[in-house]
Every structure is written in C-alpha cells, then in structure tokens.
Design a protein around this ligand. Structure first.
Ligand code: RB5
Length: 149
C-alpha cells in the first residue's frame, strides 16, 4: 500500500505523527510537505495529494489542516477522489466500509494529535465492504462522468 500525505502549517504536527505511525506499520509513505510551521496555503497540498490518488500513483491520501475542511473541499474536485473529513473513529470506519473513501482529511485544531492518530488507525484498519455499497460508489463515478471534464 502506497500513501501520500500532506498538510498546511496548521496540520503540520499531526501530519508528522500520522507519517511516523504509518511508517512504523511498514506502509510506504510519500510526504509532500509542508515541512515546518511557516504559513502556507492548503489548496496547494490538497491538489498535490489528490492528483496522485486520482491518477492511481498512490492508493490513499491523508491531508491535514486546521479543520480538515478546506483540504476536503479541494481534494474532492479531482476525479476518482473520495475525500472525507473525519472527527470520530466511527466516521473513519464508515467512510472506508461504506464509501470506499480514499483520502482521509483531519483537522489538527479539532481533534489534536492523539485523537487524530486514533482516527487514522480506524481508517486504515477498515476495508471497503462492497456489496450494496459497490453500486453506490459506482454512482459517485457516474456523477463525475456527468459533471467533470
Ligand atoms: C489555516 O489558518 C486554516 O484556514 C486551514 O488550516 C484550514 O483549517 C482550512 O480549511
């Protein structure tokens, strides 16, 4: 499994923690930045990560900003990306099991590092259930076909 991860300054600490957590589990992680606390713009990092997931270069993405919300708004503009801002472990499990979510968006200012790591663990420990959800995820792709260039 190949994961690409990015954050802005407001998500930097949690991005570092999730990167270390995934690497300890043997996951190949590409960190596209940011690499410090200097102020940067979240759309730049969301675009880099979403492009790699949408093209299949990475299997999953993780995006961290202050709220996780701006990252999700940008990432979902990319075809093939199903980005979910999650503030609970339940939401992270449901997003994988039902929506086959492929980009996890976290808000460091909302969940902090401890809960953020637990949410990431729940996300990566849960498989897509398929079955009736397959049809619904296919309908998401149909919406993309109708509305995206
Ligand atoms: C940065 O101040 C903040 O706006 C950003 O991290 C994020 O929360 C946007 O959605």
């Amino acid at each position: 499994m190949r994961v690409v991860i990015g954050s802005d300054h407001a998500g930097f600490e949690l991005k570092e923690a999730v990167t270390a957590f995934l690497r300890e589990r043997g996951v190949e992680v590409e960190d596209v930045g940011t690499h410090g606390n200097a102020s940067v713009d979240y759309p730049d990092f969301a675009s880099t990560v979403a492009r790699k997931v949408g093209s299949g270069e990475a299997d999953f993405g993780v995006l961290v900003c202050g709220t996780g919300l701006g990252m999700a708004i940008v990432a979902n503009k990319y075809r093939g990306v199903r980005a979910v801002p999650c503030t609970t472990e339940f939401a992270a499990r449901a997003a994988r099991a039902h929506n086959d979510a492929n980009v996890l968006c976290l808000g460091e200012r909302l969940v902090g590092v401890g809960l953020g790591l637990a949410i990431a663990q729940a996300f990566f420990d849960t498989a897509f259930e398929g079955g009736r959800h397959e049809r619904r995820v296919q309908k998401i792709a149909d919406v993309e076909d109708e509305n995206m260039r």
